[in-house]
Design a protein around this ligand. Structure first.
Ligand code: IVH
Length: 718
């Protein structure tokens, strides 16, 4: 073997080792919920793998953990016809429905006297069909209408509890796994907090949030959102040939014949080398062995009484689960019996869903008022006669926006049904028009802001109506509360109570006024004592030492939540740098999209905001920070050799995806922008480069091939 060959095979070995280690750690963390490796160690190994794969791209495999990071945004998803339709389930609402169902299926299979049921929790998320070919995940498709769905493979790969490769020594040529993608409640809450902080409407419930996330065109956003997945169905299509011998006790697997329309393809799989499941229970176990997360709360029941007991238990216990469920799915355990029973037009005869009673209640809308948010978004709110719902008293519900109100035609005086969607945000689901009292008026969104009287605006392409008066007291109040909040400037004691008075009394007309407040002024507020006034002035003074990233977050720029603020503050070391940056410069930051970039850019163009920044600067706030240097695993700063250099990438690079090249450049301190200008240091050129290359030539900008770029990166790492 020559020297290059030897290096390759050594690296090949190490790459394999790293993948196994990372895969084990990731499985322990995401599937078993019991970590075996510290995050920093994982990161170190991950970067070692990434570096090797960059040097030897021929070693990249589709199941490498590095392939889970989001890819560049897709322009659209493609429709895919499901090989086997995704049926839905018949609903049962009480035990009488279950008894009727049992009688029905027993009439179809009168000779069956022994049977078992498997009870599974009905996870409230979005169904996915995953295809594995020779053990590798090749496709992830949404349910769609059950016949065709959308190919969202890129997004599916970011779900860490979905294996990229099946843990099977001798995988069948094709395996289809189905299950439910869902958002754990904690992730749902974080996402909604982020959205609210960024002035975006929150998701109504975790199901919508999961479905919305799965259909995100930018898989980097999906990767951030921490979706999870429980597998519950296994299909191994028949017809693949295998080389290995059948070991004793193994039987042929023929799960596809569960499905109504494929019986013609009845060619059994010979020689499979894994225990062939005969029952749904064994399928779940095999799925678990294959590396999937399978819901642990399943139960095998020998009769309907036991099924009922399971359902009763989970009716209350489900509130303690870290994810949402909306019922129990009851399936006949024997796959042979499932096959015998088959399907009706819509449902399998061998399964049914017991749905929990909806957590809904009727009440009366006493008043509809509008609420002005921090970003000026005006949302209608129903004030209702208090009603008990899922253990809490509900007296207000969001009506989301004017389109939703128009759709419902909800009016003051109406009797409505409210639901605690996702057990979190109460919403009005229905109006009982037949109970509408005479003389009610349709609700109309006010034309003027209820707080400042200025005209409201509604952009054509948005459902949201806004107050755009920067000095609207409602916007100012919410802005001040945000500024003082724990994640921003953390000004203890500056809550809603004082903010209202400060604004109403005219002591604060802009955030910067906080820094001019005196104890004497504060003492003019109702119920403010000497001690509290002193403390508040001190807390405001202390907030001057908060870092630049928090100041940026505190400004409350639309779409800039705490995470984005941190990212931007790291890339733009001072307010001047950010204020002068073009939309393109901002969007060049990894993880910052165009919409965010536009919003930040616009904010800094506004003279009132420029004045605010000047005053904050004079007051002594930190509007610049140290650029946090990239650190190695030992937390030592690494030199930033490409600092100050700007790259543009054009065409298709031979091995690196554009996002990967971008990430490598950024990790070395360089900047990547979209278009060529005089400021561009290098143009990285791939195949089929277009106008950017011409422009670079015209401007005399040096060009790099991918190999040269890698050389530059390697040299800079020394
Ligand atoms: S089995 C042919 N099991 O419920 C049977 N479905 O209304 C297919 N779901 O679209 C479904 N948890 O998205 C099954 N443990 C579970 C489930 C489950 C949630 C969803 C699934 C399906 C819907 C049926």
């Amino acid at each position: 073997m020559d020297a290059i060959g030897a290096a390759l095979s050594e690296n090949q070995q190490r790459v394999k080792e790293l993948r196994q280690l990372l895969q084990k750690a990731s499985y322990a963390y995401y599937v078993l919920d019991s970590p075996i490796m510290e995050d920093s160690v994982y990161d170190q190994l991950y970067h070692e793998l990434l570096a090797l794969e960059t040097d030897f791209p021929e070693l990249i495999t589709p199941d490498s953990p590095t392939q889970r990071v989001g890819e560049k945004p897709a322009s659209q998803f493609h429709s895919v016809r499901h090989n086997i339709p995704l049926y839905s389930l018949e609903n049962a609402f009480d035990s009488a429905d279950l008894v009727k169902w049992q009688e029905r299926w027993r009439r179809v299979a009168p000779d069956i006297h022994e049977f078992e049921y498997v009870c599974e929790l009905k996870i409230d998320g979005s169904a996915l069909a995953l295809t594995y070919e020779n053990g590798l995940l090749v496709r992830g498709v949404t349910r769609g209408d059950g016949i065709t769905g959308e190919d969202i493979t890129q997004n599916v790969k970011t779900i860490r509890s979905i294996p990229l490769r099946l843990e099977l020594d001798d995988p069948p040529p094709t395996v289809e796994v189905r299950g439910e993608a869902f958002l754990p409640l904690s992730s749902f809450e974080t996402i909604n907090q982020e959205r609210e902080q960024a002035g975006e409407p929150p998701f109504a419930n975790p199901r919508n949030a999961a479905a919305g996330t799965l259909r995100q065109l930018d898989s980097r956003i999906v990767a951030k959102r921490k979706l999870d997945f429980f597998a519950y169905t296994l299909h191994i299509p028949v017809g693949g040939s295998r080389q290995s011998a059948v070991s004793e006790g193994e039987v042929q697997l023929d799960l596809l014949s569960n499905s109504a329309d494929v019986e013609s393809e009845h060619i059994p799989v010979p020689n499979a080398r894994y225990p062939i499941p005969q029952t749904q229970w064994e399928c779940l176990e095999l799925l678990q062995d294959m590396g999937f997360k399978v819901n642990p709360e399943r139960s095998l029941c020998s009769n309907l009484e036991e099924v009922q007991e399971y359902c009763n238990r989970w009716l209350t216990e489900r509130h303690n689960l870290p994810y949402m469920t909306d019922g129990v799915v009851i399936k006949l355990n024997s796959l042979a019996l499932q096959e015998q029973l088959g399907f009706t037009q819509k449902f399998p005869r061998w399964a049914i869903a017991l749905k929990y009673p909806a957590e809904e209640a009727p009440t009366v809308v006493e008043k509809i008022r509008v609420n002005v948010g921090r970003t000026g978004a005006v949302t209608p709110l129903a004030e209702m006669r208090p009603v008990q719902l899922a253990g809490t008293t509900v007296s207000r519900a969001t009506l989301h926006n004017r389109d939703r109100i128009a759709e419902l035609d909800i009016r003051e005086g109406d009797t409505v049904i409210v639901r605690k969607a996702g057990e979190i945000i109460p919403e009005v689901v229905r109006v009982l028009y037949e109970l509408r009292p005479p003389g009610t008026q349709p609700f109309e969104m006010p034309a003027h802001c209820p707080e400042c009287g200025q005209p409201l605006v509604k952009p054509e392409d948005e459902a949201v109506t806004r107050c755009i008066n920067a000095s609207c007291p409602a916007i100012l109040r919410k802005g001040l509360e945000h500024w003082a909040s724990r994640q921003a400037m953390d000004i203890e004691g500056l809550g809603e109570k004082w903010v209202v008075q400060l604004v109403d009394n005219g002591l604060v007309r802009a955030i910067a006024d906080l820094y001019d407040l005196t104890i004497e002024q504060l003492l003019t507020l109702e119920r403010m004592g000497q001690k509290s006034a002193q403390n508040l002035v001190e807390a405001i003074e202390n907030s001057k030492s908060q870092p630049w990233s928090r100041v940026l977050y505190g400004l409350g720029i639309r779409h800039v939540g705490s995470v984005n603020a941190q990212t931007l503050a790291e890339q733009f070391p001072s307010v001047e740098a950010l204020a002068q940056a073009s939309i393109e410069d901002i969007a060049a930051v990894y993880g910052i999209g165009n919409e965010i970039a536009r919003s930040v850019h616009e904010w800094f163009q506004n003279p009132a905001n420029q004045a605010l920044i000047n005053r904050l600067q004079t007051a002594g706030l930190k509007l610049a920070g140290e650029v946090s240097p990239v650190r190695d695993s030992g937390n030592a700063p690494v030199n930033q050799p490409l600092s100050g250099k700007t790259f543009v990438i054009t065409g298709t690079l031979p091995t690196l995806k554009r996002e990967e090249a971008k990430a490598l450049i950024q990790a070395a301190g360089g900047k990547v922008t979209e278009s060529v200008s005089k400021k561009t240091s290098y143009l990285v050129v791939g195949e089929e480069a277009g106008s950017k290359l011409e422009k670079a030539r015209a401007l005399g900008i040096p060009q790099l091939t991918e190999a040269e770029l890698i050389q530059l990166l390697n040299a800079s790492g020394d």
